[in-house]
Design a protein around this ligand. Sequence first.
Ligand SMILES: [Zn+2]
Ligand SMILES: [Zn+2]
Length: 191
Amino acid sequence: MKTVAVVTVGAVAAEVLAEIELCLGRHFGLESQRLAPLGEPEFAWEPARQQYSVIAIMRELLRFCPPQAVRLLALTEKDLFIPMLSFVFGQAQLNGTLAIVSLARLRQEFYQLPANPPLLLARACKETVHEMGHTFGLTHCLERKCPMSLSTTIQQVDGKGENFCANCTIVLRESLQLLRSPDMLRTEEQP
Ligand SMILES: [Zn+2]
Ligand SMILES: [Zn+2]
């Protein structure tokens, strides 16, 4: 059984973790393996922006992927940024191993609204599906309802669903098939 290693960067609520693990099973058919939580990512703090550098965190995370895991998914409550954007909901390596999702701006409290746990879980699942989708080679989708559509605002996150559109489903299915039987690829490449 192929597994996704799940790790938290700083504290993350147990119910969010549990929901994300269900979400991974539902959309990718992958089992999760929870790793020991990582501490506060002080090394990634950017005082000028009052945010955490997702690049610095990802560089650190790459050392933690256990050999038996096919992907490493990190979850954090920290507000993340990349230099060219004011914030990111998450980040992933296209066709790579690593995906990270920030819960900071998925919480209603961030927008001075009352907490809404079910909404938080739904948003966290969509963003996890999105970032994990990138690791399986999916790029941004023009279908607004598809979780692979680009979200730069929380309204866009709420506007999309958690189920892949028909096109993304085809690409994902091929990626998952290769993951399950990598020998197929080798055979096809032989003359
Ligand atoms: Zn994306
Ligand atoms: Zn799509």
